[in-house]
Write a protein that binds this ligand. Structure first.
Ligand SMILES: [Zn+2]
Length: 106
């Protein structure tokens, strides 16, 4: 047994294992999977947070840009009428276009 093995065995015995080999097996079976699980859980949390931010950005964008022509709007945004079935805000031009279109149908 070389000096390195002796030291490793002594360290393992201090932790309550028979020798380093037993400690190493325990490490592979118990510690590694537990670390993997923790990392996976962390990754899932990060992905969920990213998705939350993405949805928030989309919502914010909906308010700043006309949902039809994508033009950036100023202070005045137009709410589409409920029977137009459009989600989000419209610029003036698109609002009047929609109004004309919908009035033609009626
Ligand atoms: Zn528009």
């Amino acid at each position: 047994m070389n000096i390195k093995e002796k030291i490793l065995n002594r360290m393992a015995r201090k932790k309550g294992f028979k020798d380093y080999n037993e400690y190493s097996q325990y490490f592979d079976k118990m510690i590694i999977p537990s670390i993997k699980n923790n990392l996976e859980a962390r990754d899932k949390k990060i992905e969920a947070k990213k998705e939350e931010i993405r949805l928030y950005d989309l919502e914010t964008k909906k308010l700043d840009f006309c949902v039809l022509c994508n033009k950036k709007m100023g202070f005045i945004r137009y709410n589409p009428k409920s029977d137009w079935k459009i989600k989000g805000k419209l610029c003036k031009k698109c609002w009047y276009e929609q109004k004309a279109k919908n009035e033609d149908i009626i």
